[in-house]
Ligand binder design. Structure first.
Ligand code: MRU
Length: 369
């Protein structure tokens, strides 16, 4: 991985919108905004091998379920190119590359979905030479990235009408940084704002990695969308004050029954929303559905380095030796979820049937708000 300081040419500012693009494929390398240091420093990281992409995902240079899926897809291209470059069999070696990338983070299903979609290229094109295969893989990765950007806009369009004017509380970062562009829950907020709704975002700080404080507020301030930062433990207070009309979050995995696995703290927000009679929306692409799992407790929850809890910005805040847990995600039971907003429409309880329909293109039809 090579690092570069502020240089918007690669990952960075999108030409037309001025919005950041979390990842860009350029000159045969994956350029990522280094999300660990924002907003204090704008740096990009360039990955030229699959191992570097896996590292970037593990260390959260790139994060957010759709963004890590797209990054892993390009990781597969880099892995295939490495194999071809040393005269090894690309078809034979790519499964190992897939395993390396899948092992980077366990919870977001988009990572597995994207890598498997890349592997399916091998079956679709059994006759191609290794060189032709690398080209096909590159085209597939770019399709995944481009589709994600379009998908987020569709999620935004479906969700915008659900948000009432007023306060919208969101958790973690689900914006352009967490996707290829635009965002899921933040995409809905963007679309509602663009449609002229008077939206005011309450962004939770999102301990311990501070995606809300560092990334969500940064994205929203850049676009002039009103935002107030709160610490995680202020959520009940702002709801009790009547400041929040809706809660909207993203997801790392949604199981067949509509349970939502998302950033640690989501479950608590959902319970609070119910207590205060506030609708709780989840915005996610269909690639976040895992209909093979019946319920959320079957999803592996990533346990991260205790240092993320004992330290803030590299500085120790807790006594040496204190036991710590650091689950990165939690499970919100479906009974707390008002609706799931996808690129193909909005699904309401009971979720099982609606989600199953979404996963089958021929049965989708119109899923209304
Ligand atoms: O640990 P992170 O920052 O990758 O977690 C991100 C989230 O939990 C997001 O809510 C989720 O991935 C959806 S992003 C559009």
């Amino acid at each position: 991985m090579t690092h570069a300081s502020r240089g918007m040419g690669s990952a960075g500012e999108e030409q037309h919108t001025g919005r950041v693009r979390s990842l860009v494929w350029r000159d045969g390398a994956l350029h990522l905004i280094d999300q660990r240091h924002l907003p204090l420093a704008f740096e990009t990281v360039v990955c030229r091998t699959a191992a570097e992409v896996a590292d970037a995902i593990r260390s959260m240079v790139v994060r957010g379920a759709p963004a890590i899926g797209a990054a892993a897809a390009y990781g597969m291209v880099l892995g295939a190119r490495e194999l071809a470059g040393r005269g090894a069999d690309v078809r034979g070696g790519l499964q190992e590359v897939a395993n390396l990338l899948k092992a980077a983070r366990p919870t977001a299903v988009n990572l597995f979905w994207a890598v498997d979609r890349m592997l399916s290229v091998l079956e679709r094109w059994p006759q191609l030479s290794d060189e032709e295969l690398v080209d096909k893989l590159e085209a597939e990765a770019s399709a995944i990235a481009d589709e994600d950007a379009r998908t987020c806009r569709a999620i935004g369009a479906h969700g915008a009408e659900l948000l009432e004017p007023g306060g919208v509380l969101t958790h973690c970062n689900t914006g352009a940084l967490a996707t290829v562009d635009y965002g899921t829950a933040l995409g809905v907020i963007r679309a509602a704002h663009a449609a002229g709704k008077q939206i005011h975002v309450y962004a939770t700080e999102t301990r311990p990695f501070l995606q809300g404080a560092r990334l969500t507020t940064w994205e929203l301030l850049q676009e002039g969308i009103p935002v107030t930062l709160i610490t995680d433990n202020m959520a009940a207070y702002v709801m009790a004050q009547g400041l929040v009309k809706s809660v909207i979050v993203g997801a790392d995995r949604i199981t067949a029954n509509g349970d939502v696995v998302n950033k640690i703290g989501t479950y608590g927000l959902a319970v609070l929303a119910k207590e205060h009679g506030i609708p709780f929306y989840v915005a996610a692409p269909v690639s976040t559905l895992d209909l093979n799992l019946k319920h959320g407790w079957q999803v592996p929850i990533e346990e991260r380095d205790p240092k993320e809890v004992t330290h803030v910005l590299g500085r120790r805040i807790a006594p040496e030796g204190v036991p710590v847990i650091n689950p990165a995600f939690d499970v919100t039971p479906n009974r707390y979820v008002t609706a799931i907003i996808t690129e193909h429409g909005v699904v309401r309880p009971p979720f099982e049937e609606g989600l199953a329909r979404l996963a089958q293109p021929e049965k989708r039809g119109a899923t209304s708000a």
